[in-house]
Write a protein that binds this ligand. Structure first.
Ligand code: ATR
Length: 281
């Protein structure tokens, strides 16, 4: 019989994921007798999840393309995960799997690490894909004024309507052609794929933006390359910034908090992330 491990990542593709390195390092450091591995799933269905449950897989991470589809196979969904309509973590319980979204915490802890206040700040979110939803939801929930911009305007409208529906708050939409003219921005989160190694020819914000906002903080959720054109330009302007590796590690540590039923101190999280930073090429 195939050996079933305790913790897995499901998705398609999963072979390039850094999650096994992160979680197995955490198990090792904390003497937790467990192992984390990836499982590429061709087509998700109920029997696959039942099989994991019957084999007592204690924790599952879920990645693309199953972050929504997984919802119909779980016992309960955490409120934040339900609100952003995306799941990335399952916890085994006596009654079935409970589903969470720890990407929200990934962004939150990255900002906390950099001592970035969210409340009442003007936050520019670039992109209205899955990560744009997550970032906008967190920022609005924590009291920021969110300005959203997306290449496809209709998707920004959809996100605005969704946020209004679930949180009762308005976000503002800026045409992507005009983002460099914005002023008084405290925080930028780039959730688009502009800057990713296969889409890296340009930076999504230009010098004009940094002339107008020379005291903002920039987070790019991309970590491959480590320094995207956007981050390079921000650094050139002396702007404090971070790439997406922190978010990746912090969402994983939040999953561990859920799986192990523990609280991991912020200092440990930061040290752990800094130690792991060398794993990205
Ligand atoms: P994720 O789930 O990680 O957010 P996604 O849903 O594929 O990924 O979203 C990718 C985002 O990058 C979208 O906001 C996309 O804009 P569109 O909605 O117009 O497609 C944005 N994006 C990708 N390439 C872009 C480009 N060259 N210029 C501007 N935005 C781009």
């Amino acid at each position: 019989m195939e050996k079933i491990n305790n913790y897995i990542l499901i998705g398609n593709p999963v072979s390039h994921s850094l999650s096994p390195k992160i979680h197995n390092q955490f198990f090792k450091e904390n003497n937790i007798k467990a192992f984390y591995e990836t499982k590429c799933i061709e087509k998700l269905d109920k029997s696959i999840i039942e099989n994991f449950y019957n084999n007592k897989i204690l924790g599952i991470n879920v990645t693309l393309p199953y972050k929504q589809d997984i919802m119909e196979f779980v016992y309960k969904i955490d409120e934040d995960a339900k609100n952003i309509n995306a799941i990335n973590t399952l916890l085994y319980t006596d009654k079935g799997y409970i589903a969470y979204n720890t990407d929200i915490d990934g962004i939150k802890i990255s900002l906390l690490e950099n001592k970035i206040d969210i409340k009442n700040k003007n936050a520019l979110v670039l992109g209205a894909g899955g990560s744009g939803y997550t970032a906008s939801y967190l920022l609005v929930k924590e009291g920021a004024n969110v300005i959203l911009s997306n290449r496809t305007y209709a998707k920004a409208i959809g996100l605005k309507a969704h946020i209004k529906d679930i949180l009762g708050k308005d976000i503002f939409i800026e045409d992507i052609k005009d983002i460099n003219k914005l002023k008084n921005i405290d925080l930028v989160i780039n959730t688009t794929s502009v800057g990713f190694y296969s889409n890296s020819e340009k930076e999504i914000l230009k010098q004009e933006f940094f002339n107008n906002n020379n005291n903002c903080f920039v987070m790019d959720i991309i970590y491959n390359p480590k320094i995207t054109p956007l981050l390079a330009l921000a650094k050139k302007n002396g702007i404090k910034c971070t790439n997406g590796f922190s978010m990746l590690v912090y969402q994983a540590l939040k999953a561990q908090e859920i799986w192990q039923n523990i609280n991991i101190p912020l200092d440990y999280k930061i040290d752990f992330k800094n130690k792991l930073y060398k794993i990205i090429e």
